[in-house]
Design a protein around this ligand. Sequence first.
Ligand code: ADP
Length: 461
Amino acid sequence: MQLRPIKKLMVANRGEIAIRVFRACNELQIRTVAIYSKEDSASYHRYKADEAYLVGEGKKPIDAYLDIEGIVKLAKDHDVDAIHPGYGFLSENADFARRCEEENIIFVGPKHQHLITFGDKSKARTAAIEAGIPVIPGSEGTVSSVEEVRAFADAHRYPIIIKAALGGGGRGMRIVRNEGELEEAYNRAKSEAKQTFGQDDVYVEKYIENPRHIEVQILADQNGDTVHLFERDCSVQRRHQKVVEVAPSRSLDEKVRQAICDSAVKLMKSVNYLNAGTVEFLVSSNGEFFFIEVNPRVQVEHTITEMITGIDIVQSQILIAKGYGLHENPILIPEQKDINWYGYAIQCRVTTEDPSNNFMPDTGKIMAYRSGGGFGVRLDAGNAFQGSVITPHYDSLLVKLSTQGLTFEKAAAKMLRNLKEFRIRGVKTNIAFLENVVKHKAFLEGKVTTSFIDSTPELFV
Ligand code: ADP
């Protein structure tokens, strides 16, 4: 097999995920390159790389990390062999992956065709149907008139959900509970989609009440060898955005777990998927499961899968991109039947948001910072240290706190103890809110669905 050399790797991202990738590179003896916007001149990720370059001068803070040609040029100018896109920003941008391929820079991710298929949720749905994976009853492709949506609702009954085809991050979704709400919801969904994602394509699905969000971690190499690393339960969500994740799920019947994991592998094999990806499902209260989307990249919550399997997903990504097979040295993932998980892991997303003010992002200088730690604890942080200035320009994730225990109860106790150990002054955080979540009876009993947070007012006090 032809291996491609990776001596130098650039991360086209910022914050904790950039640092996460640099750490993987350091262990693989790969030289690291950061890019940073003007606003990120003092950001920690800049200093964690061997080299760092300013990108997107004169552009808006977010646009700096979306500057495809600027980033490709920096990579060429500095002899970068590979680019890891992290999550968000350009990670699902097919043009960026294609430009890297054209310039002979390794894009650490799938082929750009996969990003085209999975970047558009309605195309992804079609791929799932073709692979024989159960999907939520929905429109065939995108819808182009309110009448089409009405006809769908008449056939399938309310509630329904209108979703932006290019949506992500829990945005671009509208639940419609009755005919009276339909027209306005449709128009709003379209204009929001246009505004947020630059394109107003929307599609419709039946809205599943109180489901669980279960997702399967996949790794695939260029030989078509594809394995799953079990599932994560990401049902603890606020407004369709994940807040706390658990691996493995505690609520799945063994047969359903197996069927979901097998379906995920089947779908990814059917498109000849390459590298790391996640297949997301909703599971209804009676154990029926439905595909919702594929995230063709590393995810924020990959940490907990690493903790329960011992498999380094980011290193695997880089080594797969180099050309190694999954079971070859140095990736060394066992055959599927021999991949095991051990104990339970939980991740909390600690953000600089104010729960008492509708989770508005808070900004300012961190005057004091002390984190938890100890056995079975993992911290993945960006600008989380005393003196760091939290700006309003980027997302509000401050540090990912993950804990592992032999049982779920032990992992949860460790999580609570760690949350309590944190001392952060100068910016508001969601820590007290997270404490309320992880000590809540429903969470401890493994009974939460995606409506848990939004329907549990006592979490907010
Ligand atoms: P995003 O890409 O924005 O994360 P997803 O399609 O993954 O969007 O959905 C995010 C969340 O929205 C899901 O975990 C679930 O809580 C909710 N959701 C999406 N589609 C449906 C549906 N058809 N029925 C019920 N909830 C849904």
